[in-house]
Design a protein around this ligand. Structure first.
Ligand code: MRU
Length: 344
């Protein structure tokens, strides 16, 4: 399995997702500022991967932080967490990870600085291991929902590259294929950043899972032709009522799925579920640079001066979501109750 990110003695190592699929190269971030920049510029992306990357960045910053008492270290932690929190606003996993690192600090703040530093490194490493286990559990829960054969559409990349390994939506597909189901994946290319054509197709080709890339505007036609039996996507944040923020274009796919009576599944770990946010209307949507839309591979594709919008995410209302697959089980509508119940 591809190593999306890993803790090393030299820093946090990422596969550079901006270079895929034509170049497999790695970057090592030696400081927490470099980790924050890697999240911002999408060297690493995908909600669960962003969360664990931020935790490792915090651990790295604290490892190198000067200070010989807890008060000084606490001030440093606050600065580092603020920097991490300003990288990308939509994926709640980022804020979940920051809170978890803060909590761990509070638990051990009476310990020596060396013990605090070590405990934070261990916490980030624990989150890494837990993320892979959560993906595998989602895979087990979700595989049963997919048909024994046929086409499954996915949008963006919710695979090993978006997590610490195995993936959420792609984890469900991987698990179904491992259990003997004969699936064919349709990967939306996912303009403008092309996570589907560059990353999802790359991962699935490596695994030998049959895959067809389509441009985003082909999804409806493929459904109408009967080529798609189910849709599985990931999530960047799920509100308490089950509204789902995910990569721009997900909402369009959900509407199309409803029209064609195709089940629309969302696979996400509990670190993506934000019970403190009542509905999708309160989820902050990241606006990215116009250049992602105006240029492809450095080549300008729109006239000079034209207006451009580039929201990175949209919100799919809960009523369009057939089920939400988590590591704790599958939530069915009504999500306000089922998510709360799974949360325990
Ligand atoms: O902008 P990105 O590439 O970070 O957006 C990623 C997505 O929208 C994914 O679908 C989502 O994070 C789920 S990843 C398991």
């Amino acid at each position: 399995m591809v190593k999306t990110l890993e803790w090393t003695d030299d820093g946090v190592r990422f596969i550079d997702q901006r270079k895929l699929p034509t170049e497999e190269s790695f970057v090592t971030c030696a400081t927490y500022e470099e980790v924050a920049e890697a999240i911002r510029n999408m060297t690493v992306r995908g909600a669960p991967a962003i969360g664990v990357a931020a935790a490792m960045g915090i651990a790295l910053g604290m490892r190198d932080a000067e200070g010989d008492h807890a008060g000084e270290l606490r001030r440093r932690l606050d600065e580092i967490c603020d920097t991490m929190g300003e990288t990308r606003p939509t994926a709640v996993n980022l804020f979940w990870a920051i809170e978890r690192m803060r909590r761990r600090f509070d638990e051990i703040s009476e310990s020596t600085p060396a013990q605090i530093r070590q405990a934070l490194i261990l916490e980030a490493q624990r989150m890494y291991v837990e993320d892979i286990a959560a993906c595998e559990a989602m895979g087990r829960h979700g595989a049963a929902l997919l048909p024994s054969s046929g086409g499954v559409l996915t949008h963006c990349n919710a695979g090993a590259l978006a997590t610490c390994g195995y993936g959420t939506a792609l984890g469900v597909i991987r698990s179904a294929v491992e259990s003997g189901k004969k699936l064919h994946v349709f990967a939306d290319e996912t303009r403008p950043f092309l996570q589907g054509s560059r990353l999802t197709a790359w991962e699935l080709m490596k695994d030998g899972i049959p895959t067809t890339v389509i441009s985003d505007n082909m999804a409806g036609a493929m459904m109408r032709l009967g080529k798609i039996c189910a849709v599985v996507v990931g999530a960047d944040r799920i509100a308490a009522n089950g509204d789902v923020a995910n990569k721009i274009g997900t909402y369009t796919v959900a509407v199309l799925a409803k029209e064609h009576a195709i089940p629309f599944y969302v696979a996400a770990p509990f670190s993506s579920i934000d019970l403190a946010t009542p509905t999708g209307a309160q989820i902050p949507i990241e606006q990215r640079s116009a250049r992602e839309v105006t240029h492809i591979s450095g080549k300008q594709i729109v006239p000079d001066g034209v207006k451009v919008e580039n929201p990175a995410f949209d919100v799919t209302p809960a009523r369009l979501v057939t089920a939400i697959i988590t590591e704790r089980g599958v939530a069915q509508p009504t999500y306000a109750e089922s998510l709360q119940k799974l949360a325990g």
